[in-house]
Design a protein around this ligand. Structure first.
Ligand SMILES: NC(=O)c1ccc[n+]([C@@H]2O[C@H](COP(=O)([O-])OP(=O)(O)OC[C@H]3O[C@@H](n4cnc5c(N)ncnc54)[C@H](OP(=O)(O)O)[C@@H]3O)[C@@H](O)[C@H]2O)c1
Length: 338
């Protein structure tokens, strides 16, 4: 039944045909071992995949916009979304000038009912949603002790609850079609929390935890979850509007918090990471997909982007290992002796 999703005789491709192998060409959108998984030899198939439909939150700038452009360039369909499309009429025009692009209004802080309505509308445009990219996000910086509760909650509303609400609206569609990919934009801050980033990092740690559970729960429906962890990239992220900095009190002046805030300010516009390349890596990774055996495994869950991310996480892993190994003997043994 999956074979009808493909157009044969268009493009020559070599596909491994070991049993249980999801087609390397059309994955992650299919489980077509029916058509390609029999026999042990490599076979040359002539085929190309049908365009898939991606939905992206926070498409008005940065990674979101670059992802939209990268996907359109690949020939896939995109439903770009942003909370206020009337602020970016040129972008809406650019995307909708092709028959493969559509722009909808979606504020991820809206209630679940509003989000479900938008997702339903989006799924009707091209017939389904194959890939969701939960990209919308921003950061607040400041001293952990001093971040106001309302600002912290607003941060979680977008970065964490918004992502959950949109995912929960899309998952029934993906479960029904027994395929799909959910990409969650986390950060290097999803695994390492620097001074001045306590709330932003907490929101991204929460995204990581939620995604880690989800990936195991939805693998039986052939749904993939991918966490993307960018280091520091040259988008609007550190620019005015995206970042909200809460000034520190006298107590934290000259403290590491203040030093970090200054560092972020100096870094704005000079970040090393190229977001165009990052968007291309994300699209490639999603299109490459996973085998059935790889799906739902935590070791395949993350995509680090940038040497800064890689190095910081490697350092954190080494320290975590050191921490655990040094506590191994006495401290771990706290079981009730029956
Ligand atoms: N750039 C980096 O260095 C970096 C590093 C690690 C992770 N990230 C993550 O990458 C993602 C994208 O950030 P970016 O770097 O591309 O920054 P960006 O250029 O500032 O883009 C952020 C996007 O999020 C949208 N957004 C904010 N609040 C929203 C809401 N309530 N509903 C819908 N959309 C909302 C913004 O839309 P408006 O135009 O409406 O404000 C904007 O399109 C974020 O999740 C961020 O945490 C970025």
């Amino acid at each position: 039944m999956y074979i009808r999703r493909y157009v044969l005789a268009v493009m020559p491709l070599i596909v491994s045909s070991s049993s249980n192998h999801i087609c390397r060409v059309c994955e992650p959108f299919c489980t077509c071992d029916y058509s390609f998984g029999r026999g042990s030899e490599q076979r040359v198939l002539k085929m190309s995949r049908l365009p898939k439909t991606w939905l992206i939150t926070g498409s008005s700038s940065g990674f979101g916009l670059l992802l939209v452009r990268s996907i359109l360039a690949q020939g896939d369909n995109v439903v770009a979304t942003s909370r206020n499309p009337s602020r970016t009429p040129d972008l809406v025009k650019e995307v909708e000038s092709t028959s493969k692009g559509k722009w909808l209004t979606l504020d991820v802080t809206s209630g679940a009912t509003t989000i479900s309505t938008v997702i339903e509308e989006a799924s009707k445009i091209f017939g389904t949603i194959d890939v969701l990219i939960n990209n919308a996000g921003y950061s607040i910086f400041g001293a952990a002790e001093e971040i106001a509760e309302d600002r912290a909650k607003a941060q979680f509303e977008v970065n964490f609850w918004g992502l959950i609400r949109v995912s929960q609206a899309v998952l029934p569609i993906m479960r029904a079609q027994r395929s799909g990919t959910i990409v969650n934009m986390s950060s290097v801050a999803g695994l390492t929390a620097s001074p001045s980033c306590a709330i932003y990092a907490s929101s991204k740690f929460a995204v990581e935890a939620w995604s880690e559970s989800l990936c195991q729960e939805v693998a039986p429906f052939s749904i993939r979850v991918l966490i993307v962890e960018p280091g520091i990239f040259r988008t609007n992220f550190l620019g005015s509007g995206a970042v909200q900095t809460q000034p520190v009190s006298e107590a934290y002046r000259s403290n590491v918090v203040d030093i970090m805030l200054q560092r972020f300010e100096d870094m704005n516009g000079r970040q090393q990471g190229d977001p165009v390349k990052a968007a291309e890596r994300i699209v490639e990774n999603v299109q490459r997909g996973l085998t059935k055996e790889e799906l739902g495994k935590v070791e395949n869950l993350r995509l680090p982007l940038g040497h800064d991310c890689y190095d910081r996480v490697a350092e954190k892993m080494a320290k975590l290992k050191q921490n655990y190994e040094s506590s191994k003997s006495e401290d771990v043994d706290v079981a009730i002796k029956e």
